[in-house]
Design a protein around this ligand. Structure first.
Ligand code: NAD
Length: 423
């Protein structure tokens, strides 16, 4: 039977709990949210009617610092799933060594069905309902599925209005003109890029051009493809979106594909590179075929549950970097580990986004403005240290990279919680 997202995360947690021989009360403390706030938001619609939208915020654990995590607008937002995502955020913040705990929130709404005015009213209503539980030193939300910098700007403005003073550090992912950070736009991919470079070195794969396949061509997938191409040591041979994949043996050229996607609404149909009308030999394939390509590095950057027990035996990549949250299931992880595939887990591989969110918060708290280069430099330091610390645990404990990352995160949280939750 297929595992749910929550069951999957709990299996990952349990593997680390076994290694650390945690007690039942430790496990309860580490997996249960401190607080769940729910509200029903009422707004006036453009047609004069009033509608109610259920909303929630999960605050998982704050022994390392204020809660931090995204706000999702979706008709199917699920409180139980949000609890496990908030827990993952606590671990991700610990892995990246940023002083935050995990949070996650959502509003049950189809944002595409709302006008811009209605969306703004809803976003401001969320802040009014949650204001007592939010704040730069309490809980700092960020964008997630179907929320963006405009929504973060509205929320920051509403919070500041209620607080009676400008409070940019209450929320991250704001526009750069409104106290956002440079480098936040491609931070997730940048963090993954640093981690992939470390993994390549650790596995002794340097010295030849490595082939890469990327599933998903949105913010995370496009940017990582572009960065690896620019590096010069990688050839991105395949990319995909929800409609299918394209394979070009000599390399795809991410910018041309993005241009085509913007013009035509799909990546398929790429025949030319750059502005040169030189026909490129290419092949169309399904997402499943892309995952099973004979490449050195596979980057799932779209959805959860893409590599399962069913297709894991067919995976040929030597490194998998999880840019998406939960693309490799727990069962698949076991198979891949036995095959010697290095799976760089989401709580490490996509932690660049929350790390630069922390830099944004820090700049706001200290009234600073960092250059893009400074942001990348600091991100690189955090990512490389996290890789080294987790790799050391992996080698010492002889566990998978994912279990090592969970062990590391749990140890950090328990250490910080001494005297509060743990003796
Ligand atoms: P996005 O919406 O910008 O892009 C998603 C891409 O996935 C799109 O190109 C879409 O066409 C593609 N896609 C959808 N269904 C697909 C399918 N069945 N097969 C192949 N491709 C499919 O999203 P994003 O911001 O790039 O996020 C992607 C993943 O990375 C998500 O799991 C997200 O949670 C995770 N993530 C993103 C960030 C970030 O900062 N962007 C941070 C952490 C984690």
């Amino acid at each position: 039977m297929k595992m749910t997202f929550l069951e999957n995360i709990m299996s990952q947690f349990n593997a680390a709990a076994d290694v650390l021989q945690l007690s039942d009360s430790d496990m309860e403390m580490l997996t249960t949210p401190n607080k769940v706030i729910t509200a029903n938001l009422v707004i006036k619609m453009d047609d004069g009617s009033f509608r109610m939208f259920p909303a929630f915020r999960v605050q998982h654990n704050n022994v390392r610092g204020p809660y931090k995590g995204g706000l999702r607008y979706h008709p199917d937002v699920d409180l139980e799933e949000a609890k496990s995502l908030a827990m993952l955020m606590s671990y991700k913040c610990a892995v990246a060594d940023i002083p935050f705990g995990g949070g996650k929130g959502g509003i049950e709404v189809n944002p595409k069905a709302l006008s811009s005015r209605e969306l703004e009213a809803l976003s401001r209503a969320f802040i009014r309902a949650m204001q007592c539980d939010l704040g730069p030193e309490k809980d700092v939300p960020a964008p997630d599925v179907y929320t963006n910098e405009t929504i973060m700007d509205w929320m920051e403005d509403e919070y500041s209005r209620l607080a009676g003073r400008e409070t940019p550090a209450v929320i991250t992912g704001k526009s750069v003109k409104n106290h956002g950070s440079l480098g936040r736009d491609d931070a997730t991919a940048k963090g993954a890029y640093f981690i992939i470079k470390k993994a390549v070195k650790a596995l002794g794969m340097e010295g030849r051009k490595l082939t890469v396949a990327v599933q998903g061509f949105g913010n995370a997938g496009y940017n990582i493809a572009r960065m690896l191409e620019d590096d010069g040591n990688f050839t991105v041979v395949a990319v995909s979106d929800s409609k299918g994949a394209v394979y070009i043996k000599g390399g795809v050229h991410a910018d041309s594909i993005m241009r085509h996607k913007k013009e035509e609404g799909m990546i398929d149909g790429i025949y030319y590179k750059g502005s040169v009308c030189e026909e490129i030999e290419h092949k169309h394939m399904s997402n499943q075929e892309l995952l099973e390509l004979d490449v050195d590095i596979l980057i799932p950057a779209a959805l959860e549950g893409q590599i399962t027990k069913d297709n894991a035996p067919n995976i040929k990549a030597k490194i998998i970097a999880e840019l998406a949250n939960g693309p490799v299931t727990f069962g698949a992880d076991r198979i891949l580990d036995k095959k010697g595939v290095l799976v760089l887990p989401d709580i490490l591989a996509n932690a660049g986004g929350v790390t630069v969110s922390y830099f944004e918060w820090y700049q706001n708290m200290h009234d600073e403005k960092w250059s893009r280069e400074r942001v990348y430099g600091k991100l690189r330091g955090k990512m490389e240290k996290a890789f080294d610390d987790i790799n050391a645990i992996r080698q010492k404990r002889r566990v998978s990279f994912r279990t090592a990352a969970f062990v590391y995160a749990i140890q950090c949280i328990m250490q910080a919680g001494k005297g509060k939750h743990w003796p």
